[in-house]
Each structure stands twice: as structure tokens, then as C-alpha cells.
Design a protein around this ligand. Sequence first.
Ligand SMILES: Cc1ncc(COP(=O)(O)O)c(C=O)c1O
Length: 449
Amino acid sequence: MTLPESGDAARIVRESNYVGWRRQTGWDPILVTRAKGSTFWDSAGRAYLDFASQLVATNLGHGNAALVRAMSAQARQVAYVAPSFATEARARLTESLTRVLPPGLSRFFYSTSGTEANEAAFRMARAATGRSGLIAIEPSYHGGTSGALSASGDLRRKAVGASSEVPGTHFAPACYCYRCPLGLAYPSCGVACADEVERILDQADDVAAMVVEPVIGTNGVIVPVPEYWPKVRAITRRREVLLIADEVMTGWGRTGSWFASTHFGLAPDILTTAKGITGGYIPLGLTATSEDLHRRLSDAILPVGHTYEGHPVALATAVAAISEYERLHLVDRSRREGEYLLRRLRELARSHPSVGDVRGLGLFAAVELVRDQERKTPFNSEADKIEGRPLVVDEVLRTLAAEGVYAFGWVNHIVLAPPLIVTRKEIDRGLEAMDVALKVSDAKLDRAA
Ligand SMILES: Cc1ncc(COP(=O)(O)O)c(C=O)c1O
């Protein structure tokens, strides 16, 4: 078989593939031919700084030799066995996870994505409590299947529509101080958004669990005030509702601690993760639970399972990834370099009137764009995105790409999440490109306002 000419490969992919969570029309993918460290290259040899770790997954950067070695060694030894077998990789990963997960999470279920990790968490919570409802936060994203999407306060749920909806999720407002959903101001608000969880529980007696992103990711890198999680956690404990921390994006050093739950003393009953667990090198989802939950689930059929549950190559990759996070001190690095990134972004914002807010934690930041700083008027609406109208944020991202920097955006914000191995020089280069790209949104301000 002959390989397609390099110019042809992107066209063949475009003309033969679907691509998730976007309009198919207008998709014009870059052909990526090589990746190393924090950089990837297209077929014309053009370099792009990966300023988003793809989808906040390649935390260890591209082309890590230890990961590639671990994958190929495991593939040679035992590439695949059914989930009912034990493997050395599975035992080794238990040891590694116990070292880095928040204390109290000691039982592990493996799948192949963040979505499946959350689906498993929901099923386990329902089976353990005999209740079916969930509380989730608006906005949030917990995955693409019907169950996970129904628990997502995300425009993708609205785009898919009610016909795929699994009923039973109650949505609580986010602790999003820049645009307080309750119209209040911190600290005089008394963190009233957390009290909304209690209010929901007063009205609903079917709730098995509350699922949360400790720092809301795709929907804006929203970092809550310090009192928020302790208050929510106290409510869930008192009302005997399980707490699921979705650390698919925030895990693995991204926010400057191994898991963002630790920043806030969240102590979840269930923690779900994926992405950075293998540095994105191979699909793997993890649902980690307390011993108590395991005890409650022990005498019934586990309500979940997959062919690729506990896939040896994925688990061996995770063992190697955890060793690399440790060897390269990437959690500390994320905290240190994250402070630098945030400080520099805030400086940059001063010369860009279209920047409404800059926020983040560790190497995880968002720049929110507005057409009027004082009124915080957004450029675009969720409806604009769902209905395929051009978004200002996409224009900014295109300019960023033309400057050789890749990041992704949502309706009105850009997410910046470089690999945790990123160098100061690379951060500076990314920020220089941001400086150029933000001129695009600056030029679209509401001058009349
Ligand atoms: C917080 C969060 N949960 C769940 C998911 C779904 O993970 P996956 O795309 O691996 O199924 C994502 C994906 O971006 C996520 O950010």
C-alpha cells in the first residue's frame, strides 16, 4: 500500500471522517506529522507550540522516551488479556496510584475515557445508594455519552437535544465570581452559590451523588473562592450525598497539585480521571473509590464493565507516566510556571481592552473576551456556537495559529494549558503570540458603549 502524498492525507481525512463536537462543514484539519516536547509540526514543516496540551492531555509533552519504552515493552510481554485476569501492570499501577491520589481512594475501576470513568461513577453511586438523581454544576462538562452529557451543564447537551437526555440531573450554579449567576458580589454574598446545593436537596429526595469539576475546565477554567468547596462538601456529607470529583482535566499536576481536590480539601468519595493519566499517549479512564463504597458494592454484580477494562498497555503507560511526573517534578513545576503564566497574562491583559478576565490555577488558565470591559458584554452567545455563526474567539485562535501557537477556545474564552514540561522561553513565545492575536478582538470592541 502506498502512503498518500503529504498534501493528500488531510484531504482524505477531511473527506472520509467525522470530527466530534463541531460542524462538519468547514473542517480543514492541519496534517500533523511529528511532535516532540511542547511542539508539533505540520506536513510543510511548520512548527506549532502546543499551548493547550492538545485537549489538556499531553501533560508530559510529546515523544517522551520512557512512555514509549513502557508501551512497547508491555505490548511485547502481554498486549491484552480479559479484565478478569490480573497482570503485573495492574498491580504496579495500584502502587503508583496509592502514592499520588488523595487519601482514602483505594479501589480502582479502569475504562478508556473520562466519559466512561464518569458513567461508571454514576452507576456505582446509584447502586450504592439506591437513588438515581444527580446534582451537577452549570456550567460543566462530564463527557459525551447520554448519561455523562445529561449531567453536563454544557452547550453540547443543548446541541444534542432532549431525545438523548437521561433525566434526573439537578443543576446548581457555579461559583463564578466574574459573572455571578446569582447577581451577587464576593465576599458580601456569603458564598450563597454553595447554599443552592442545600436548596436543591430540600426539594429533591432522590439524589445519589453530586458530580463536580474542582476547577471547571472547558467551560472557562473557573476557580472557586476558598470557602466554596468546604461549604458544598459539608452539605453533601450532612445530606449523605456522595461526592464525585471529576478530575479528568484538573488531575495530574495540571493545577499545581497532583489533584485539584487537594487544593480545596474536597476529599471525594469517588474521583474520576483520564487524559493526563497516560499523558494522552493511550486511552485510559480511572474511577477511584473509597473502601466504604467498595464494601457497599461488593455483593452485587458491578453495574459496569468493558472489553478494554484494565488494558495492560494502557496501565503500563500510566505507571511510566506517574514515574515521569515524579522524576521531572512536574507538579511543582506546574505551580511555579503557572504563577508566572498567570502573572504575565494579567500584565498582557492591561494592554488589551477586549480581555474581560484572566483566571487560572497552575498551568491552567483562561482568558475571557468581552466587547465591553465595564459591562462585561460577551462577543458571542452559546446560540451563536450551536447555530454555526462566526465567533470572535475563533478568529483570535486562527491568528494565534498563524503565529505558530495552538490553543483551544469555547464561546468567549481561550484555554491555555501547556504541557507541564513547558520552558519559560516557550511560555514567553506563547504570550507574544497571544499579544498579537488579542489585537483581533481589541479591534471589535463596542466603541459606542
Ligand atoms: C472535566 C471533564 N470530564 C470528562 C471529560 C470527558 O472525557 P473524554 O473526552 O476522555 O471522554 C472531559 C473531556 O474534556 C472533561 O474535561
